[in-house]
Ligand binder design. Structure first.
Ligand code: FES
Length: 298
């Protein structure tokens, strides 16, 4: 390529530059508007086809803008200039001044385009954070720490029948709830598996001397692995089995996990028997129930 052709190429680029700057700017603006449209559509209930169209325009706008910028606004070169006599002719000096002023304009426009690009990417990220956060569901609040068990709660079956100390033989098992919350749609966290493992007071761990009157032991039914209901009791081995991934919990030692992926024991509910022979809880659980939320350790 001759020197003349090279300069002609550079001249063409100069002529094309204003047009391409407009193309780049419009692409970014389209992207911003489409992203806002996407956010609004999602906010008012969502419509997959419309959201898809907006997403296409938002990402397409950024893509077209960046590609056009790289292809038409970044100097492509190579530009070769013969070195002549070192002293500049007056017309060369004028040309240089003109070129410098033109460059200042380009720098200003480049800043503008950079801001538009930042705006397009920023708005896109911000608005798409919405669906992501909303998809995480409602904030759990204290529900993972607090159940409806409290001091004096009567143990009742799912149909509301109060559980008496005489109800189970040794080896018997049933699912119980705190009175007043049986049948509630949100009572899954309150489910307790009640086992009668002996006919005398049982101590599962130091500090739990009064928790197992007449051999009654109560444990949260929500598996500490992934939250499945621990519903199977093997009387022979005195173990509770979670059917989901076969975790085994030893009833006599505070439901310590002896097999399977559960990371910690099932929390134990302290019980007492009142003067009428009704089973009640001494308090709520002394630790959060359910999956090892997360990595609390035993
Ligand atoms: S949920 Fe119980 S072992 Fe996985």
């Amino acid at each position: 390529m001759s020197e003349t052709q090279l300069f002609e190429g550079a001249g063409d680029e100069e002529m094309r530059r204003p047009l391409m700057e407009k193309v780049v700017a419009i692409s970014f603006i389209v992207s911003v508007l489409a992203t806002i449209g996407l956010g609004v559509t999602y906010w008012v209930g969502g419509q997959p086809q419309v959201e898809g169209g907006f997403l296409f325009l938002a990402l397409g706008g950024i893509g077209v803008g960046i590609v056009s910028w790289g292809k038409y606004l970044v100097p492509q070169g190579p530009y070769v200039q013969e070195r002549h006599e070192m002293k500049s002719a007056p017309e060369d000096i004028d040309a240089m001044h003109a070129s410098l002023s033109r460059g200042l304009g380009q720098v200003g426009r480049r800043k503008f385009l950079l801001r538009l690009l930042g705006g397009a990417v920023g708005v896109f990220g911000l608005i798409n954070l919405f669906p992501f956060l909303r998809s995480l569901g409602p904030v759990p609040g204290k529900s993972l720490f607090v159940t409806n068990w409290k001091h004096g709660s009567e143990l009742v079956t799912s149909d509301g029948r109060v559980v008496l100390a005489s109800d189970l033989e040794v080896g018997g098992v049933m699912t119980v709830f705190p009175k007043g919350f049986e049948g509630e749609p949100t009572n899954a966290i309150d489910q307790v598996i009640l086992v009668r493992a002996a006919d005398y007071n049982l101590v599962t761990r130091p500090g739990r001397e009064t928790w197992g009157p007449q051999g009654y032991l109560a444990y949260s039914k929500v598996c500490t692995h992934a939250g499945c209901p621990v519903g199977l009791y093997q009387e022979l081995t005195q173990q509770l089995l979670c059917p989901c991934h076969q975790s085994l919990f030893d009833v006599l030692t505070g439901a310590t996990n002896v097999f399977g992926p559960a990371p910690r024991p099932l929390p134990q509910l302290p019980l007492y028997i009142d003067s009428s022979g009704v089973l009640r809880s001494q308090s709520g659980f002394n630790e959060p129930i359910g999956p090892g939320f997360w990595e609390r350790g035993a």
